[in-house]
Write a protein that binds this ligand. Structure first.
Ligand code: EPU
Length: 431
């Protein structure tokens, strides 16, 4: 198995480019099933999650061609309505096949994805939305079975305990594009990735208004056609690189991202006193003296502070003087990285849904275990600030959502190497 060896780092310096957004590309790939014509997608990141999704699409009947890196041409002439467990279990986001299958096939059988280390990942809102679209939904043998023969647009309130749902919104919008009548979706997710999906659907001929707002109005059409679409930049990857610059006190230009996609995140870093220069499509992190200031952050649906940048900010806050509080409102269990940071010397306690971080810890390298995608990134960032070598195991989590992570960072001076666990000192290996 691959591991990362990361050594305490001086300032990173240079430009780092942002790739396509995983969380936009996944539902967008699923949306290609909505038409029997060819959809050409650009800026698709090369990630293991994309490979899982493409594998499922091929199983469903899509033809997938990659004419050049980052570009996929997908044609779904004859497809089945079944997404089986052995494929779906590899990736929770495969739940967003429900919407396109319901729309195009008027029926779907999609295995319910398993649990996840960051907390329960229910799909009750997806099901509620489909029922509101007059679908019959049944759960049996680990599958969601949907009969959409009588599908009909209508009013839907899609909010749950934590507010809106990202993939739930994607599913219901996709299902509604080909449903007779008008669907008025309230409490829709406003994440830029949902906006990107809606923009792509409009290019396919869908009628959607209110894009980017919590109220989407979708007027069903008879057919969708092929289109060309370039996937939006990955704001979470960009934010992770911003923190890499900040934690090493470097001069790093994160290129290919519109700062407005990261409003709440940049606001917090500004509050912390991080000097930055913002351009139309870049964020430049500048070196600073002394300590950054502490922050009090609560994760919320967009435009609030994103949960997917919570762990990384926590890593940075281990290096500021004073107490920072990070409260996780989307996935209250999303602190699996904390015990690993503690092993590196971080002073963090968990109080209910909050991590209380006492900063200015002297971190030292240690063997640590990645538990999920963003936790992996947080451990690597902390390792840049640590003295000595940190060995990070289970980095397959990172490969799900960061493209060429170590190559991009190494190119601006990071001491990070992908090795095999066989290269690790024996006494550091997990059992
Ligand atoms: N929720 C429900 N019922 C549902 C659906 C969601 O109660 O039917 C709750 C969840 O338990 C959670 C909240 O609503 O508390 C928000 O969940 P959401 O449905 O928005 O999450 P998701 O669509 O499953 C996407 C991203 C996640 C990201 C979240 C929140 C994709 C493929 N995944 O998940 O990304 O954390 O939105 O922004 O888009 C990641 O990239 O590391 C990642 C986990």
């Amino acid at each position: 198995m691959d591991v990362f060896k990361v050594s305490g780092n001086g300032p990173l310096n240079g430009q780092i480019d942002v790739g396509g957004a995983k969380n936009a590309a996944l539902p967008i790939l699923a949306a290609t099933l909505l038409s029997d014509e060819t959809v050409t997608l650009r800026n698709v990141p090369d990630l293991s999650d994309m490979r899982f999704m493409l594998e499922i699409l091929r199983h469903i009947g899509a033809e997938t061609v990659q004419p050049e890196p980052g570009v996929w041409k997908i044609t779904s002439k004859k497809i089945t309505h079944i997404a089986p467990y052995d494929l779906v279990r590899k990736m929770r986001a495969s739940v967003c096949l429900l919407g396109p299958l319901v729309a195009r096939m008027r029926k779907a059988e999609v295995s319910i994805p398993g649990g996840c280390v960051i907390g329960p990942r229910p799909i009750d809102l997806h099901i509620k939305g489909l029922k509101k679209l007059n679908c019959q939904v049944e759960i049996s043998n680990g599958y969601v079975h949907v009969d959409a023969s009588e599908i009909q647009g209508g009013p839907i309130f899609l909010g749950g305990r934590s507010g809106s749902t990202v993939t739930g919104t994607a599913n219901i919008v996709m299902a509604a594009t080909l449903a007779p009548g008008t669907t008025r979706l309230e409490c829709a997710a406003c994440e830029p990735e949902v906006v990107d999906l809606c923009n792509m659907l409009v290019k396919m001929g869908a009628k959607i208004t209110g894009i980017g707002s919590p109220e989407l109005v979708i007027t069903g059409v008879e057919k969708l056609h092929g289109c060309e679409h370039s996937v939006i930049a990955d704001r979470i990857e960009a934010g992770t690189f911003v923190i890499a610059g900040a934690i090493t006190r470097g001069d790093v230009t994160v290129k290919g991202i519109a700062p407005k996609l990261l409003g709440a995140f940049l606001d917090k870093l500004e509050e912390a006193g991080l000097p930055m220069e913002l351009g139309e499509d870049y964020i430049r992190v500048l070196p600073y003296q002394g300590s950054l200031k502490t922050v009090d952050v609560v994760t919320l649906p967009h435009p609030g502070y994103p949960t997917d940048l919570q762990a990384q900010l926590g890593a940075l806050m281990t290096q500021t003087e004073g107490l920072s509080i990070i409260t996780e409102r989307i996935y209250p269990n999303r602190f699996m990285h904390v015990p690993e940071l503690q092993r590196m010397g971080a002073d963090i306690s968990i109080e209910g849904p909050s991590a209380i971080i006492k900063g200015a810890s002297k971190l030292s390298g240690a063997p640590v275990m990645a538990s999920d995608l963003r936790a992996s990134a947080a451990l690597i960032l902390a390792a840049f600030a640590a003295e000595g070598d940190t060995w990070i195991q289970r980095i397959y989590h990172l490969d799900r959502g960061y493209e060429r992570f170590e190559q991009k960072l190494a190119a601006i001076g990071a001491k990070i190497e992908r090795l095999s666990d066989k290269d690790m000192p024996k006494e550091l290996l997990e059992d």
